[in-house]
Design a protein around this ligand. Structure first.
Ligand SMILES: C[S@@+](CC[C@H](N)C(=O)[O-])C[C@H]1O[C@@H](n2cnc3c(N)ncnc32)[C@H](O)[C@@H]1O
Length: 255
């Protein structure tokens, strides 16, 4: 038993190390996590409720735990192995609520000020499942809530192929391992990716305002959005900061 446990732990560490190595090969990817942290820290509430959808790997939990320690974090992931990696990253003393499952598996009354969905939806088929995924998140956002969403997205396979040499040059420049570079480039064409137009359409159908792109590097993109009905109700008297500013910006009124 002991040996088996040790092997599992080493496997987790290897998975985590490879995941982080793949992320390191992407130019500027850290910016997504810094941006997400800024938006959590900018919430009007001193103790924002944050939902991390697809928490495997622990990147968001680690970032928010350090930079926004008063946030209350719920971390959801259907993969027990990936959730285990996230637990390992933050250690046993964390107050994070870990949920092995999907957003629909949360208690019905749980709502959040911010939801992150970082590099998750490109794993989900566009056969109704992407839309259901976004709708489930939309249903969990409190009034004035904010979604931070990142996906791998390109508009055609040629666009991807044209960018591959740049990805490789950057990976070489930062000394990323050949395995990490190969794994990512091999995986991307097999993912159920959609175009940015399709992402906009899915957001609209799920009840979100048009997403605003806040980061792009090669085929990695990040958007923010707010619930559509709430953004229409934005009032100039609302306190500064948080998603209210983003809702105003969405209406062409940058604050
Ligand atoms: C590429 S990892 C991204 C992890 C983390 N968000 C980050 O940015 O480092 C994608 C994660 O999404 C999880 N996932 C896949 N489908 C999901 C779903 N329907 N709901 C929540 N998480 C999901 C996977 O198990 C995996 O841990």
């Amino acid at each position: 038993m002991k040996i088996e446990h040790q092997e599992t732990r080493n496997d987790d560490i290897d998975r985590l190390a490879m995941y982080r190595e793949i992320q390191r090969a992407v130019p500027g990817l850290d910016t997504i996590y810094r941006l997400a942290l800024s938006l959590v820290a900018d919430q009007p509430s001193a103790t924002p409720r944050v939902l991390i959808v697809g928490a495997g790997g622990g990147r968001e939990i680690e970032t928010f735990g350090t930079g926004a320690p008063k946030a209350t974090i719920t971390a959801v992931d259907p993969s027990a192995e990936n959730l285990a990696m996230a637990r390992r990253v933050v250690g046993p003393a964390t107050s994070v609520q870990f949920v092995e499952g999907r957003v629909d598996d949360l208690r019905p009354d749980e709502t959040f000020d911010v939801a992150t969905s970082l590099l998750v939806m490109h794993h989900i088929a566009d056969d109704g499942a992407k839309l259901a995924y976004l709708r489930a998140i939309r249903a969990r956002l409190a009034t004035g809530g904010l979604l931070i969403h990142a996906d791998i997205c390109h508009n055609d396979p040629e666009e991807f192929e044209r960018l591959v040499p740049i990805y490789k040059a950057h990976a070489r420049h930062v000394g990323a391992t050949a395995d990490a570079t190969h794994l990512e480039l091999q995986a991307i064409p097999t993912l159920p990716l959609v175009t940015s137009d399709r992402i906009h359409a899915l957001f609209e159908q799920a009840g979100f305002a048009a997403p605003r792109e806040v980061f792009r590097s090669l085929w990695y993109r990040c958007w923010v959005s707010v619930p559509a009905s709430k953004s229409k109700k934005a009032t100039p008297s609302a306190p500064p900061g948080g998603s209210q500013d983003i809702a105003n910006y969405d209406q062409g009124k940058p604050t």
